[in-house]
Design a protein around this ligand. Structure first.
Ligand SMILES: *Cc1c(COP(=O)(O)O)cnc(C)c1O
Length: 388
């Protein structure tokens, strides 16, 4: 059988850790009960497993179990946060502040809210992908109800100064939401010390299953009010109805538990691999790093390459390595994504870009092989261009 390409796209999704799968398995078949069934042991077992998972997740971010609302992922969590706040606070104000480099799961709900009469300020970023805190503070108005800034960016890996942003928001009595999909289990998160009021999380970016996530919703100082977006059986304090998916919830908690446990060693190892990849590729001329050099996820490398076609580059590498392009749509267009465009690099239109997402199961040998393939592909594409 043909060997499959090396997976280096961990900002898109991660392979599930086998320990996570093991923890989940009994809850599909043996302990299959509905956590809402209060009359028999099947329900109690599911309820107990979910209670434990909720406590683990709350503990991991310094929250209390009552502040965790399980969702189908970060997309739903972001929708609940933005629309839920907008609906609950619209009599106080209709202004929201976010950033141009946010994930579409934040930008699109914002667009939707604009169509309903809300006003949204999209903060720009500097060339390294960070927001300007003075600009943020200036943007806050008396009718601002929410600031939403992602913790770590899914394309360029840049980590925003979350604690400082939270401090500014609280000084102005504005709620602070952060999309922490890329950060959970990878960098320390503490909703208390970082002044986070609402936080979106997901399991599948941290070696957990797809289709499960959570929203942290602060209960005091201040108590956040949200309008539910899915009504029904009244689960999750009425904020998110629907039978709780026990195996996925158990998997989310296990993934976060492992992430926290391995964070110090894993961060160091991923950074080493990432730097090694960068070092080898950047020996070529005309290679640019996208996003801040240090203030970024350890496993993320995003580069722009001069003098090659984006599609040709991906095509040349495809059989060896599974990576992602920085284009809005890799198949039909080579226009840079909204994130790369927001960095404001001159000529970025003419560059091809690649996003490498290194993860827990990648080896040093794989990284070296990817480095060689990347260099060879770039060099041969440039050679071909010269010959013509
Ligand atoms: C992956 C991702 C999402 C979407 O999460 P899902 O759980 O797949 O819905 C949202 N925001 C960011 C930053 C992401 O990386």
């Amino acid at each position: 059988m043909l060997q499959r390409p090396i997976y280096l796209d961990c900002q898109a999704t991660t392979p599930m850790d086998k320990r996570v799968l093991e923890a989940m398995l009994p809850y599909f078949t043996e302990h299959f009960g509905n956590a809402s069934s209060i009359t028999h042991i099947y329900g109690w077992e599911a309820e107990a497993a979910i209670k434990k998972a909720r406590a683990i997740l709350a503990d991991a971010i310094n929250a209390t179990p009552e502040e965790i609302i399980f969702t189908s992922g970060a997309t739903e969590a972001n929708n609940l946060a933005l629309k839920g706040v907008a609906e609950a606070y619209f009599s106080k104000g209709r202004h929201i502040i976010t950033v141009s480099t946010e994930h579409h799961a934040v930008l699109d709900p914002c667009k939707y809210l604009e169509s309903l009469g809300f006003e949204v300020t999209y903060l720009p970023v500097t060339g390294d992908g960070l927001i300007n805190l003075v600009q943020l503070e200036k943007a806050i108005r008396s009718d601002t109800i929410l600031v939403s800034v992602m913790t770590a960016n899914n394309e360029i890996g840049v980590i925003q100064p979350i604690a400082e942003i939270g401090k500014i928001c609280h000084a102005h009595q504005v709620l602070f939401h952060t999309d922490a999909a890329q950060a959970l289990g990878k960098i320390p998160l503490d909703v208390k010390s970082q002044n986070i009021d609402i936080m979106s999380m997901t399991a599948h970016k941290v070696y957990g299953p797809k289709g499960i996530g959570a929203l942290y919703v602060r209960r005091r100082n201040p108590r956040v009010r949200l309008a539910s977006q899915i009504q029904g059986g009244g689960q999750e304090k009425g904020l998110r109805s629907g039978t709780l998916f026990t195996p996925q919830i158990v998997g989310l908690a296990k993934a976060v538990e492992i992430g926290l446990e391995q964070m110090p060693s894993e961060t160091g190892r991923l950074r080493m691999l990432r730097d090694r990849l960068w070092q080898q590729i950047s020996q070529l001329e005309g290679i640019h790093l996208n996003g801040h050099a240090d203030q970024r996820l350890a496993g993320n490398l995003n580069i722009s390459v001069e003098g090659v076609d984006g599609n040709a580059l991906l095509l040349g590498m495809q059989s060896t390595v599974a990576v992602s392009s920085g284009s809005a749509c890799s198949s039909s267009s080579t226009a840079p994504s909204h994130v790369l465009s927001a960095l404001g690099h001159e000529k970025s239109l003419a560059y091809a870009s690649l996003r490498f997402g290194i993860g827990r199961f990648n080896t040093l040998e794989e990284i070296d092989k990817v480095a060689i393939t990347t260099r060879k592909t770039i060099e041969s594409l440039r050679q071909a261009l010269i010959k013509v």
